[in-house]
Write a protein that binds this ligand. Sequence first.
Ligand SMILES: O=C(O)CCC(=O)C(=O)O
Ligand SMILES: [Fe+2]
Length: 228
Amino acid sequence: MDATGPSLETELNAQGCAVLPELLSREACAEARKWWTEESLFRSRVDMARHGFGQGEYRYFAYPLPDRVAKLREQLYPSLAAIANRWAERLGQDRRFPESHAAFLTECHAAGQGRPTPLILRYQAGDWNALHQDVYGDHVFPLQVAVLLSAPGRDFEGGEFVLTEQRPRMQSRAEVVPLAHGDAVVFPVRERPVRGSRGDYRVQMRHGVSRVRSGLRFTLGIIFHDAT
Ligand SMILES: O=C(O)CCC(=O)C(=O)O
Ligand SMILES: [Fe+2]
């Protein structure tokens, strides 16, 4: 968990994202992939094509979350909250995020956002994830994490994690984030500050996954705000 220490903010690249190498071991990834078929772990399933979200399926965990997921959410949160608070300050927002994830969840739940958002996504050959933002209510924690549970080149081909950035009055820019088995990507949910000649301005971010050309690709998504 060292990669999430105080240096994380300096590791965010020009697109506001960072890779946490091998956040989960091979064994932990294998265990997480097996969750997919344990129906009692999930509160809902989404057929992405039916909603125009791309093609593939994802499943939101129910509370109580599997221990590993709950711990990841709790342990990743504090260093991300420090970044989130600096971003809010730079964007001139009054919002400040508490130090612990439990305290942030209390705020979400009091505002009617009580449904858990961590999820597992599964992509088969031909599947993809349209560019989107994971916003589920007024309370939005500005950073999220996705862990690649499958091995690129062995379990699947294609299926690259893509981030796009929309600067005011400019065309969108895309970045592909290369991930190895067990790596996690930390990325902005909706917007982030960028330094310009006249101070900070706001850029809109979206993320998605390019078409999986063959095989099977699983990801674990850790979103820190809960849903209405
Ligand atoms: O499958 C991926 O890499 C992206 C998953 C995603 O959209 C998310 O975790 O919010
Ligand atoms: Fe997402």
